[in-house]
Design a protein around this ligand. Structure first.
Ligand code: EPZ
Length: 432
């Protein structure tokens, strides 16, 4: 149990080997909407975000904005979040709130740019790896901020005259650093260039949201982002619909294949999933586009083993590695899965082995010998995607599985068990 998890005693019971069939709609992207909530701090007028999923991480981010003096109204049914940061009254984000989700650290850039100073707790521990913040720190300092890390907090202020645009180069294309720096640069004087920026669709979506509010950002979605600074007076209200969650879509696609089913996944942008889809086709999956934003998924029998290396976007996403591992446990032959982004994202391996998988791990490489069957077992997920991976394994296993760790699942999947149940899974969520 880490500081960023919210305890729940719920567990999911799955009676496996029921093929998933039917149609499911993917929600708005967690990793985009959290940053758009943070970006609202920059905007001294009301903004409206649409397609916002009711996730624990979204509620935690709203709590942080409330603590800063913003007003937020979340209509969960309509998935509409109204944020008003005209009333911002504090630049202090305490440990009790920030430590609940790592993504919250991206409030540092916008608070600093809007208020001229910020005191933000360091985000705290993480199950999957160290998750450093050196690039955030270095970049903000290059823009002219004074930064000190002391007693678990980053204390920062902007010198007289404000932040000044600069050419920045990231050592690695970190998502969080790209986002923090892009948001800080919106109100910096002159031009900021971020070289070796993360290219993920969520970065582009953040830039689109900010541009919709009056920012001047070009190049997001490529390795070079240019931000022409504007003033607070240039920023205005906007209504914005968050892009679909590519990781949720990938999770459902893998789940359909793991059960040998045939289903349509709606509200998906296929080009955001090229690395996954081409790999699955290579393995024998049949993927048929239906219009621009739906995919039909099926397979002709047992899938073939493969080799996968997680890399930065547009490479194979680390956030689909545990789910993919669940699928690979039952493919034909020997698969190799290399985790290159996080040093400790294999916590699901031991649990999969308890379900009958044949997996050997050597440092950051997992070697999987496909088995004929998995057997249901009680298992516990120790991070968000690991829990989703174990649920997929449960769907593909003979007999009953009990999956715990739903505090992690609830951070990032909207009604996961209900959506699976609507596809025909024999699954129920119960309170222990
Ligand atoms: C985002 O995290 C996502 N989270 C993660 O998704 C995702 O795994 C990750 O990007 C990579 O795609 C959100 O968007 C909320 P990074 P972020 O900065 O921004 C190292 C999920 O399951 N690094 O790209 O924190 C760091 O240590 C989550 O939804 C530095 O060395 O990721 C890590 O190994 C989990 N120095 C790697 O880069 C820095 O200053 C990736 O970090 C920053 C990062």
């Amino acid at each position: 149990m880490t500081a960023n998890s919210i305890e729940t005693k719920d567990k999911i019971l799955i009676n496996g080997l029921k093929p998933l069939n039917g149609q499911v709609r993917i929600s708005g992207a967690k990793n985009a909407v959290l940053k758009q909530i943070a970006a609202s701090i920059l905007i001294p007028h009301p903004v409206i975000l649409k397609d916002v999923p009711a996730l624990q991480d979204v509620y935690r981010m709203i709590d942080i904005l409330h603590a800063l003096g913003a007003k937020c109204e979340f209509d969960e049914k309509q998935e509409i979040l109204k944020i008003n940061c005209s009333t911002l009254s504090s630049s202090y984000a305490p440990f009790e709130l920030v430590s609940k989700l790592r993504a919250s650290f991206v409030i540092l850039g916008p608070i600093l740019a809007r208020c001229g100073n910020a005191k933000v707790s360091l985000p705290g521990g993480c199950q999957i790896g160290t998750r450093r913040i050196d690039l955030h720190e270095k970049g903000l300092k290059s823009l002219g901020a004074h930064l000190e890390i002391t007693h678990g907090y980053v204390e920062a202020h902007v010198p007289e005259g404000g932040l000044v645009g600069k050419e920045l180069h990231l050592d690695i294309p970190s998502n969080g650093a790209t986002e923090n720096l892009m948001m800080a640069a919106v109100l910096a004087k002159g031009l900021t260039i971020i070289e070796n920026a993360a290219k993920d669709p969520e970065i582009e979506d953040l830039a689109n949201f900010l541009n919709c509010c009056g920012a001047k950002i070009t190049g997001a979605g490529s390795h070079r982002i240019e931000i022409e600074g504007v003033t607070l007076n240039d920023l205005h209200s906007c209504e914005y619909t968050t892009l679909p969650d590519r990781i949720e879509a990938g999770t459902f696609i893998i789940a359909v294949l793991a059960t040998g089913g045939k289903a349509i996944i709606d509200n998906v942008i296929p080009k955001h999933l090229t690395a996954l889809l081409s790999k699955l086709e290579e393995m024998g999956a049949v993927i048929t586009p239906i219009g621009d934003k739906s995919l039909e998924i099926s397979s002709n029998g047992r899938l073939k083993a493969t080799e996968i290396s997680t890399v930065w976007y547009p490479g194979f996403p680390t956030d689909l590695q545990p789910q993919m591992m669940a699928l690979l446990t039952k493919t034909d032959g020997v698969s190799i899965l290399k985790e290159n982004i996080y040093e400790d994202r294999f916590s699901h391996v031991e649990e999969l082995v308890r379900m009958g998988a044949d997996i050997q791990v050597n440092n950051h490489i997992a070697i999987l010998k496909g088995v004929d069957k998995l057997t249901g077992a009680p298992v516990t997920g120790s991070d968000l995607r690991a829990t989703a991976g174990l649920i997929i394994a449960g769907l593909a296993a003979d007999g009953i599985s009990e999956v715990r760790g739903l505090n992690h699942l609830d951070r990032g999947y909207n009604s996961f068990a209900d959506k699976l149940s609507s596809l025909g899974a024999d699954i129920k969520r119960i309170n222990d």
